[in-house]
Design a protein around this ligand. Structure first.
Ligand SMILES: Cc1ncc(COP(=O)(O)O)c(C=O)c1O
Length: 219
């Protein structure tokens, strides 16, 4: 995917203008992006803190963290030299009035953060396997080395299509339209589950604020 497109669609991604050639890596989906970042930084015996339920446990949490919560997390990570891997694959699909990426809070936190995005999640096209990571030049080089071994490259035609999609989505107001579309589909599914007497509440313990998972019971 032309990296310039990502740079343009994220004018101030990490608290500054990003350099598309040095601070963006295209991956074979968010999954490979996360794997590359983990491979780059985690050694045997290292400790990893995962907010559960996490992605491979079905990600039903759907929580949007407030600025205050993100600042608290970011500062704790800085104090303890913890690298932040910010999985933002649903960054275009939030149902709250606003949405903050931790890497936009300030430059100190941004320097310590990798932000993972997924084109397939942004466009509801899981299977396209195009994603990307944004991070500062010096640390992201390590992710690039891992990516060369794990994924090497991502299909050129899919990258081109993704780039056109990102440009057109901004131009045509796709993000907002898609949010409304997906929210209405989720509400329809919930209402069907209610009619069938299935306890939608069981799938959700906290307020659903983003992503594909079902919202809490409105019954
Ligand atoms: C929270 C979360 N992160 C990452 C991924 C992986 O993204 P991708 O489908 O682009 O590999 C998923 C996929 O379901 C997900 O739900």
């Amino acid at each position: 995917m032309p990296h310039e497109t990502i740079g343009e669609s994220r004018p101030r991604a990490h608290g500054k203008e990003i350099d598309p050639d040095r601070e963006v890596l295209v991956h074979t989906g968010g999954t490979e992006a996360i794997l590359s970042a983990i491979t780059a930084f985690i050694e045997p015996e290292d400790e990893v803190i995962v907010l559960e339920p996490a992605f491979n446990l079905h990600n039903p949490l759907g929580k949007v963290f407030s600025v205050e919560e993100l600042l608290a997390i970011g500062n704790i990570c800085l104090q303890h030299a913890i690298v932040i891997l910010s999985d933002k694959v649903y960054e275009r699909l939030y149902f709250t009035p606003s949405y903050t990426r931790i890497a936009t809070l300030n430059r100190t936190i941004a320097r310590n953060t990798f932000t993972v995005s997924s084109v397939e999640k942004a466009f509801n096209v899981t299977g396209w396997t195009v994603g990307y990571v944004i991070g500062d030049e010096s640390p992201i080089k390590h992710v690039q080395l891992a990516h060369i071994i794990l994924g090497y490259t991502t299909a050129g035609p899919a990258q081109e299509a993704a780039a056109v999609g990102l440009e057109e989505a901004d131009r045509q107001g796709f993000w907002e339209a898609n949010k409304q579309h997906m929210e209405s589909r989720m509400r329809s599914i919930c209402s069907i589950l209610h009619k069938l007497g299935l306890p939608v509440k069981l799938f959700h313990v906290v307020t659903h604020e983003m992503g594909y998972a079902l919202p809490p019971s409105r019954a």
